[in-house]
Design a protein around this ligand. Structure first.
Ligand SMILES: *[C@@H]1O[C@H](CO)[C@@H](O)[C@H](O)[C@H]1NC(C)=O
Ligand SMILES: *[C@@H]1O[C@H](CO)[C@@H](O)[C@H](O)[C@H]1NC(C)=O
Length: 358
């Protein structure tokens, strides 16, 4: 093969090195492309494709390609896995991200002083990045195992087949030193979506993190979503400046990586009183923030209570109608509460729809 194939990794400008995660975030993906979704390239029909991260049970969170209008994603993970829920889509200002061309042997030195977007992680390995290659006239988005030091592999879905890209030994790999910024116009398949998103959390609180209340020391507390192997993506409380979170799932688990923090416009959110039996009635015609999910059951919401003079954040197991309890970590013990507040958002798209209807 004479045509050079290059693995490219999305890397962010680090002008503001203090918190480079602020340049991107993830929204829940349910088949529609949000207006601020980052374009990952074009497919063979010259249509924009997008970047997703899919939750794969017992494996981690994997980078995937998102095709507009298609809810299902094909995840290269020990074969191709078809996944149609618990997928997020990468969003943010398009001009803040760019693709850097590299190849597996020089990747780690190329990444020095740059900030590759965290695309996901693989259990037992670590964080992974978003890669893409050009293949037969179209862009393929996939998973780049940056956590592997020696020749990090790149995996992608090639028409239903999992492929691992490794450059031919000593091949005339074309290496671009220039950094390419990608600008594409957004396709017509955009629509307003819920105004919240999740950023990677590593101990620093982004400016647009939603404030959920105050702790006993009058400090703001925030809402987290932690990846728990064997369990799902679980809502948890974030204490400012503290990397660790305590997640309730069959007891309390301490988690210190693969945590996201809920962000958005504070004014778009409100808390609604509910209890374990009336939650489902209360939610009719309203929008509760999706806080995560449990593998065996489904989506959960975000709850809070006032307890011991402070606000405590926890999960609302809304997947059980009539038994939608609130759970939180009480000093190392999982505690169940029946009356609580659930986090809601104001759906601005409802107002927009009204204008089109007559
Ligand atoms: C839940 O709230 C509703 C409405 O406030 C109330 O009628 C009901 O008794 C409550 N249920 C429980 C179990 O507290
Ligand atoms: C929390 O638990 C620890 C031991 O598990 C105990 O020493 C501490 O007093 C407890 N704190 C509160 C506020 O109950």
């Amino acid at each position: 093969m004479t045509r050079a194939i290059c693995v490219a990794i999305i890397v962010l400008f680090t002008c503001q090195t203090s918190y480079s995660f602020k340049n991107y975030y993830w929204r829940e993906y349910t088949g529609e492309i949000p207006k601020d979704a980052i374009v990952g390239g074009r497919d063979i029909n010259d249509k924009n494709i997008y970047i997703g991260q899919a939750y794969v049970k017992n494996e981690g969170i994997m980078e995937v390609q998102i095709t507009p209008g298609v809810r299902q994603v094909l995840v290269p993970m020990r074969g191709i896995k078809k996944i149609d829920k618990y997928v997020k889509i990468l969003c943010g200002p398009q001009e803040k991200v760019y693709w850097m061309s590299s190849n597996p042997s020089s990747l780690h030195s190329d990444l020095i002083d740059k900030h590759a977007i965290i695309g996901g992680h693989e259990d037992g390995w670590g964080y992974t990045s978003i890669g893409r290659i050009n293949r037969e006239g179209e862009v393929k988005i996939g998973k780049l195992n940056t956590c592997v030091v020696n020749n990090p592999p790149f995996y992608f879905n090639d028409n239903g087949v999992e492929r691992r890209f490794t450059p031919p030994c000593g091949a005339n790999m074309k290496f671009f030193a220039t950094l390419i910024t990608i600008f594409f116009s957004l396709g017509p398949h955009t629509c307003p979506l819920e105004d919240y998103y999740w950023r990677e959390y590593v101990g620093e609180t982004p400016e647009d993190a939603i404030i959920a209340g105050k702790d006993i020391n009058n400090k703001n507390v925030h809402i987290g979503q932690a990846y728990v192997h064997d369990a799902g993506l679980i809502v948890t409380q974030i204490f400012p400046g503290v990397k660790e979170v305590y997640v309730t799932y069959k007891g309390v688990r301490k988690i210190d990586k693969y945590v996201k923090i809920l962000c958005g416009e504070q004014a778009d959110f409100y808390w609604m009183q509910a209890n374990h039996t009336n939650l489902h009635l209360e939610l009719i015609d309203k929008h509760a923030v999706i806080g995560g999910h449990e593998d065996a059951y489904g989506y959960m919401n975000v709850g809070r209570i006032s307890y011991g003079g402070e606000i405590r954040i926890g999960k609302v197991n809304s997947f059980w109608p009539e038994a939608a309890y609130f759970y939180f970590d009480n000093n190392g013990t999982e505690k169940r509460i029946s009356s609580y507040q659930v986090l809601m958002y104001i759906d601005k798209s409802i107002n927009i729809d009204v204008r089109f209807k007559h």
